[in-house]
Design a protein around this ligand. Structure first.
Ligand code: PAF
Length: 282
């Protein structure tokens, strides 16, 4: 596996692949890789000739008081995992390389960036859009792979490439879960054993919503209340939001069938998010 550290190195690497008319895929990550990331890598390998994985803990998407400093980092382990998967290249830039001093221009995510996660984490999606646009510009992939776990991020990145005419296909990949349903996340490492058990409440609330809709419930408000009640019954969890939204616009859903259920809650000090597609009406 090749490793590019500078922008020049990654540009050179993909230039050679493109000269040979190879299909290039990018999997952007912040490292602390788990099976969820590796599922993106495997999906990328199915559809591209060359897979580039970026590892960069992007400071601009963390707000003041968030976990930028504490975010888990283990580059050697991450590189070994990617090499074992047969990844072609890892791009591991430094913060100084990615953000030249004096940089001023950022990418505005628009109104989609102000709701849900954006309301709780002001500026987060501006940071995400800016780094993703920079990575797409440097690598110039044909395809880029994102997990559905960060559902709002996926919707916003799709909107960004459409609105800015960035020539890349964004591929969303299913959430990977532990056996008890907890969605894999690098932040799960922060949970104590008790919190780790309590954290399954997010999945339980989503499953409850799914069961209600499967049983014929169409009232979005009713399903949302059921999700909230489930989260609020868990003493270690503090609910941020539990809502049914239109899967493309993220606006509150008019009806439960076909909506996306989205949840954010703090378990101890750790903020967790999860989501699930609600079944459509038969
Ligand atoms: O989903 C993530 O890990 C990050 O938000 C991303 C897309 C790599 C941008 O920093």
């Amino acid at each position: 596996m090749e490793q590019a550290v500078s922008k020049e190195e990654v540009r050179q690497l993909v230039l050679e692949a493109r000269r040979e008319s190879k299909r290039i895929a990018l999997v952007p990550t912040m490292g602390a890789l788990h099976e969820g990331h590796l599922s993106l890598v495997r999906a990328a390998q199915q559809r591209a000739d060359v897979v580039v994985v970026s590892i960069f803990v992007n400071p601009t998407q963390f707000g003041p008081g968030e976990d930028f400093e504490a975010y888990p980092r283990d580059l050697d382990r991450d590189l070994a995992l990617l090499a074992a998967e047969g990844v072609d290249a890892a791009f591991t830039p430094t913060t100084e390389a990615m953000y030249a001093s004096g940089a001023q221009v950022t990418v505005d995510p628009g109104p989609l960036g102000d709701v849900w996660e954006g309301a709780s984490r002001p500026g987060h999606f501006r940071g995400v859009c800016t780094i993703v646009a920079k990575l797409l510009s440097l690598v110039g992939p044909d395809l880029a792979f994102f997990g559905e776990k960060d559902y709002q991020q996926l919707v916003i990145v799709r909107r960004m490439v459409a609105d800015l005419d960035i020539p890349v296909k964004i591929v969303g990949c299913p959430i990977v879960r532990d056996a008890d349903g907890l969605a894999l996340s690098s932040r799960n490492a922060y949970l104590s054993p008790g919190e780790r058990r309590a954290a399954t409440v997010l999945y339980r609330a989503l499953r409850e919503a799914e069961t209600l809709v499967c049983g014929g419930e169409t009232d979005a408000g009713f399903v949302e209340r059921a999700m909230r009640d489930t989260i609020e019954a868990e003493p270690l969890a503090a609910l941020d939001y539990a809502a049914l939204v239109d899967p493309r616009t993220l606006e509150p859903a008019a009806a439960a069938p076909g909506a996306r259920a989205i949840i954010a809650a703090r378990v101890g000090a750790t903020r967790l998010i999860d989501n699930m597609a609600m079944p459509s009406m038969a």
